[in-house]
Design a protein around this ligand. Structure first.
Ligand code: PCA
Length: 196
């Protein structure tokens, strides 16, 4: 089987759960062509990707898929692009709040995800789950991880990408959109089934 490293984040911003990790940890360990290795990563600039990179060195995965929470979104959103910018509206879990900093000094402005994002979005929608491509992963830790990952994988065969997921119902205050955990798990399962 091929090897997939799949990650979710720890809770941040005053939340007590993060739907990305809650869903990732419930995924089957074999899906489609892939054997999954699951990893929880910290919502901390720099450190998050350092843990991804350490796991990549050990596992030598064929694909890396990182999952994150996007509170306020109502759909599963595969990210098309990451930009070379750290600009935090809130502090990360280590108290860092960078403004107008690059992710990688001297790096290109942006990288496109190398996973088949359109196929993933089409397959998830086909199953009746709301899913739309996103053209901004923000400028917080999720974008930081995706940019760093794509930078590290440039010129290699390792497929890399990121999917944002909505809040869980228990997190959604004042009519914020949310999605049941089992639906998020199903969407991520379909995403992995879609990987070449
Ligand atoms: N979402 C944040 C960082 C961790 C997470 O789950 C983001 O969208 O940047």
């Amino acid at each position: 089987m091929k090897k997939l490293l799949i990650t979710g984040f720890d809770p941040f911003g005053g939340e007590s759960v993060n739907p990305s990790w809650e869903a990732v940890r419930r995924l089957d360990t074999q899906i489609g062509k892939y054997e999954l290795t699951k990893l929880q990563i910290p919502t901390v600039f720099g450190e998050a990707f350092q843990s991804v990179q350490a796991a990549m060195r050990e596992l030598q995965p064929d694909a890396v898929l990182c999952i994150g929470q996007a509170g306020g979104r109502s759909s599963i959103t595969p990210e098309v692009v990451a930009i070379n910018l750290r600009e935090a509206a809130i502090a990360d879990n280590a108290g860092n709040q960078p403004v107008n900093q690059p992710v990688v000094e001297g790096g290109p402005a942006a990288y496109f995800a190398t996973l088949p994002v359109r196929e993933i979005a089409g397959a998830v929608r086909q199953a009746g789950i709301p899913c739309a491509l996103s053209y901004s992963a923000g400028t917080f830790v999720c974008n930081d991880v995706l940019y760093s990952l794509l930078h590290a994988c440039r010129g290699t065969k390792t497929l890399a990408g990121f999917i944002h997921v909505p809040f869980l119902p228990e997190q959604a205050k004042e009519k914020a959109p949310s999605m049941p955990e089992e639906t998020i798990v199903k969407a991520l399962t379909i995403a992995v089934e879609t990987l070449p």
